[in-house]
Design a protein around this ligand. Sequence first.
Ligand code: SF4
Ligand code: SF4
Length: 154
Amino acid sequence: MKKKEKEVIREKFWENYALDQLNSLEWEALCDGCGKCCLLKLRSKSKLHLTNIACTQINLRNCRCKNYQNRTELVKDCVSLTMKNLKINLKWLPDSCSYKLVSEQKLLPSWHYLISKDRNTVHQKGFSIKDNSVHETKIKRKNFYSYVIAEIEN
Ligand code: SF4
Ligand code: SF4
């Protein structure tokens, strides 16, 4: 049986390769760590209501998931972004999302850690949910609709 080649992160993979050419390490590395996809989305018949309520599993000090490996088992609505499901999720992902940008053949912004070489730039430049979201554990469910920040067609 042919031995599986070890994956490596290739130089400037986000510019030199299309999304469907990325290996799993590069796919993970593309994420800017903004945490915007971890904000709760409320579904009504015709609309998706985007809120600034951050998922129970997120650590808002660094916008990282506390249980990344088990995230989809712990949180029913957690979206594990893949090449297969990217298209249907593009409608609600933020315009700044790296997967959206690369899929549109756009450049990553200067605050992305792959460019700035610093994982904190996304927070310092105000592009993460660090200082403008509320942790789900701090809010009563009946008040969730008070935290809607945008609506899109479902
Ligand atoms: S919105 Fe995109 S870039 Fe930001 S954390 Fe989510 S997947 Fe990563
Ligand atoms: S469980 Fe999913 S939505 Fe919640 S913080 Fe983790 S990755 Fe984000």
